[in-house]
Design a protein around this ligand. Structure first.
Ligand code: GLC
Length: 492
């Protein structure tokens, strides 16, 4: 029997470097590239993998992008048919297919518009129309977070109508964040082409939860670490979806994200003042001086500089750091925060930086180069998240030789080993309680080790830099396994 070659498409609301607000974008891009490399290893995914993404206003369309012939789809909300332009971009290792519907996507912000259910229903319908027109059967559609939940509604409708595109089409759904459900109340059901009470609208009489739709109707569901997959089964972390996830049984799994070791490499990172690598860390000291100089901190002060980077979202625990900052400053720790998002979460850091301009810095924007300088130039990297499906900063920090201080939750607990728990294997500092005191105590352990035992510190840094988080090593083949499984389930 000939080996089956699977055709796979990813459908998402973000993809680095085209459109990013968070880690979802990095994962979609890195996974698509890693999948594209799998055929060389003799596995069975057809190259190139397609990634469908909205063409938001800010998406930079390269000059060599190729427009496909115009498509016309039915308006999910029942209005006049919608013209869709699909623009193909040869991305690095995959084919990016931008879904261009100006009425839906030519706006300033990606999210939080009153017609979001409609916008993402249009995305899903348009992507599936493009795949139908391709003529080559699609085996696996890989959807991400709530924005691509409407694809499951499309499949159910298409199946009922006998559309051949859907006969064998398996769906894998990845949950990057359970906090955002795409809740669509009754009054907005029409945006999805649903009427209250019809079977597709699900069992909730008040509306439809698009993330729940993805969970219930996909063949295989995963979240982005084994630790968070266990937590998500419990009411405290499941955000109302734990029951649906428990019901999924062994069709709900955890796959730890990777990072791309070529994208994140202090030996080649052009944003850094000097290159460095495992075993040759001279450049890291130059990066530290450079960072401190840019921040207006004293570069000759050897005291700990703790950095953190993330979306300003309650999830990330920035408030724990803000509330612990006074104790940290008293202990001689300096703090660098880079974040974008909820401005109110940055308020305390703005005040701290104004009062202590040479000891606290706030970079209130998403700045790629500055982020790299923080990963390299800081002495510690903080991730005090309340919950964290995976997290990426801790992995980058390890690779950049900057030991992470993390809460024992989700993917953080799966990727950082506490050095006091396992002295010969530890890569960072892990704390349990979501309190400022617990964070301050963990930073205190780090500060003491760094000051008192240079060789133990160097060994800790070295072990962290040696950890292999590459997509190709583990996660990409775990997704391949999930795709195979989904296909087998779908074909019964
Ligand atoms: C979300 C999660 C984060 C994860 C990322 C990529 O942003 O909050 O933990 O790393 O998605 O999967």
């Amino acid at each position: 029997m000939p080996r089956m070659v699977m055709r796979v498409a990813l459908l998402a609301s973000e993809c680095e470097p085209w459109a990013k607000t968070g880690g979802l974008a990095d994962v979609v891009d890195a996974l698509a590239r890693a999948l594209g490399r799998l055929p060389e290893a003799g596995t069975e995914i057809a190259a190139p993998v397609d990634v469908f993404l909205p063409r938001y206003r800010s998406v930079p369309v390269p000059a060599d992008a190729v427009g496909e012939p115009a498509l016309r789809i039915e308006d999910p909300a029942g209005g006049a048919p919608i013209e869709v332009a699909i623009v193909d971009v040869a991305a690095d290792g995959y084919r990016l297919r931008l879904v261009d519907v100006p009425r839906a996507f030519d706006r300033d912000a990606f999210y939080d518009h009153p017609d979001d259910p409609w916008r993402f229903a249009v995305l899903c319908r348009a992507a599936l129309a493009a795949l139908r027109r391709d003529g080559t059967p699609l085996d696996v559609l890989h959807v991400h977070d709530w924005h691509t939940g409407p694809a499951l509604l499309e499949r159910a409708r298409g199946e009922a109508a006998g559309d051949p595109l859907f006969a064998d089409l398996a769906v894998v759904a990845t949950l990057h964040n359970l906090a955002y459900h795409g809740w669509t109340p009754l009054a907005q059901l029409g945006q999805l082409g649903l009427a209250p009470g019809e079977p597709l609208a699900g069992t909730n009489p008040d509306g439809i939860d698009l993330l729940l739709t993805s969970i219930e109707r996909s063949e295989v569901v995963n979240t982005v670490s084994p630790g968070f997959a266990r937590e998500a089964l419990m009411p405290a972390f499941g955000m109302g979806l734990d029951g649906a996830l428990r019901a999924k049984g062994d069709r709900f799994i955890g796959i730890l994200n990777g990072i791309d070791p070529t994208v994140w490499d202090p030996a080649t990172d052009t944003a850094l003042a000097a290159p460095y690598m495992r075993g040759s860390l001279g450049g890291k000291a130059a990066c530290r001086r450079d960072l401190l100089g840019r921040l207006g901190f004293d570069p000759d002060d050897e005291g700990v500089v703790a950095g953190t980077i993330g979306r300003m979202d309650p999830q990330k625990g920035f408030d724990l750091l803000a509330d612990g900052a006074r104790d940290l400053l008293e202990a001689g720790v300096r703090i660098v925060v880079q974040g974008s998002g909820h401005a109110s979460l940055a308020d305390p850091f703005r005040a701290l930086a104004a009062a202590n301009p040479t000891r606290v810095a706030l970079i209130e924007r998403f700045d790629r180069d500055m982020a790299r300088r923080i990963y390299a130039g800081a002495d510690l990297f903080l991730m005090p998240s309340r919950f964290e499906p995976c997290g990426q900063g801790q992995m980058i920090a390890l690779r950049y030789g900057t030991p992470p201080v993390v809460r024992r939750t989700g993917g953080l607990a799966d990727s950082v080993i506490d050095v006091d728990d396992r002295p010969g294997e530890g890569t960072g500092f892990v704390f349990d309680r979501a309190t400022p005191a617990a964070l301050v105590a963990a930073i205190g352990r780090a500060t003491a080790l760094r000051a008192e035992d240079g060789s133990a510190w160097a060994a800790l840094v070295d072990r962290g830099m040696a950890v292999d988080f590459a997509w190709d090593t583990g996660p990409a083949s775990a997704y391949l396994g999930a795709y195979r499984r989904a296909v087998a389930i779908r074909r019964g």
